[in-house]
Design a binder for this molecule. Structure first.
Ligand SMILES: *Cc1c(COP(=O)(O)O)cnc(C)c1O
Length: 357
């Protein structure tokens, strides 16, 4: 049967009444892609997979939570939704609001988000307000507005967001043939996603659908690592704008996921993130955005430290698509080669002579 979107597919696990009609773009059902190069290059005997969440309808995992949050908002009679965003929440909220016929208001840190995400929000007709402040400031502003206006807040502090996001854990278990991975690696920003995955694995475990839960391994950028440092960061800095967050809303729940799973939350540098980002595109054929590459940077860091032993199963979550952020992609110095419009000139420019038989 054709895929029906995460609400219809996982309704028994979601706190929505049977009667509500899903606001859906048929999100979810993203591929779990085996690594062909990186796992081997790192000398791992483990099997490495990438859960490519960049293949959701607006090209990030945010769609899983947004379908549930917007469906619930419509069920409650909302006419508008609001969110603070580093970009992907905005793109997703704007698309699902458009789908539902709701107004959408977005508050962003000025100049600090990837171009593709802004383009999406504008195309879907959201009212986008850029503030002189960072994500944390934007979040506190929209939280206050949502308490005084009849507008539904769709940031991940909205519990329906995490309920939807947990379905990625269900899909991974199905894709691995009815088991969880040994390790789940993911970037940590506002810490909603690590919380949601842990919820998902725990629900499957409690229902006896899997016999073990994974160790949760979360990665923050070293300039934006409040959970690792144990204190809020006033001016978080990283190239990975989707995890440029100094005071995560789901901080305590992320700590619980880490500790209950026997996992860890640690840092990766921007250099490590960019290296992983380029390797993933160049040697795996997967173009994920910089924040997503934090999970792969984390894999490389821990592999070098000898953390992984034996024939384990490792899943790296790739949270968003690389096309979101063309500016960072092109900052690597790659060039288009120009040539005259004739065969010889193109052969020369593309350096094809060495291939002639
Ligand atoms: C939102 C987002 C994150 C961070 O997820 P949190 O739930 O805030 O920890 C990471 N990567 C991408 C691409 C995102 O859009």
């Amino acid at each position: 049967m054709a895929w029906r979107g995460i609400i219809e597919e996982f309704r028994e696990f979601l706190p929505l009444s049977k009667r509500v009609k899903p606001v859906t773009l048929l999100e979810g059902n993203t591929p779990l892609i085996p690594s062909r190069a990186l796992g081997r290059q790192l000398g791992l005997s483990a099997k490495v997979y990438f859960k490519f969440e960049g293949l959701n309808p607006t090209a990030s995992f945010k769609d899983r939570g947004m379908t549930v949050a917007v469906t619930q908002a419509v069920g409650e009679g909302a006419r508008a939704v609001i969110c603070a965003s580093t970009g992907n929440t905005a793109a997703s909220a704007a698309a699902y609001a458009a789908r539902a016929g709701l107004d959408c208001i977005i508050v962003l840190p000025r100049g600090a988000f990837a171009k593709g995400k802004l383009v999406q929000a504008l195309m879907h007709g959201a009212r986008v307000v850029a503030i002189d402040g960072n994500f944390d400031a934007a979040l506190s502003i929209v939280r206050e507005i949502a308490t005084t206006y009849p507008i539904t807040l769709v940031n991940s502090v909205n519990p329906y967001r995490l309920e939807g996001q947990k379905t990625a854990a269900f899909e991974i278990c199905a894709q691995l043939g009815g088991r969880a991975p040994d390790y789940l690696l993911l970037p940590v920003g506002n810490a909603g996603n690590i919380t949601a995955y842990w919820m998902g694995f725990t629900e499957y475990y409690q229902r006896g659908l899997i016999s073990e839960r994974p160790r949760m391994l979360g990665f923050q950028a070293s300039g934006a690592a409040p959970i690792v440092r144990g204190r809020p960061i006033a001016h978080p800095k990283t190239i990975a704008s989707a995890i440029r967050i100094g005071n995560p809303a789901s901080w305590d729940k992320a700590i619980r996921a880490r500790d209950e799973s026997g996992g860890m939350i640690t840092t990766v540098t921007d250099r490590q993130i960019l290296r992983a980002y380029r390797l993933l595109a160049r040697y795996e054929g997967i173009f994920a955005e910089p924040a997503s590459a934090a999970s792969v940077a984390g894999l490389m860091k821990l592999a070098h430290e000898g953390y992984f032993t034996g024939r384990k199963i490792i899943v790296c979550v790739l949270t968003g698509h690389g096309l979101k952020d063309p500016d960072t992609a092109l900052s690597g110095g790659q060039r288009v080669i120009t040539a005259r419009a004739d065969v010889d000139a193109v052969i020369k420019a593309a350096r094809l002579r060495r291939w002639r038989s």
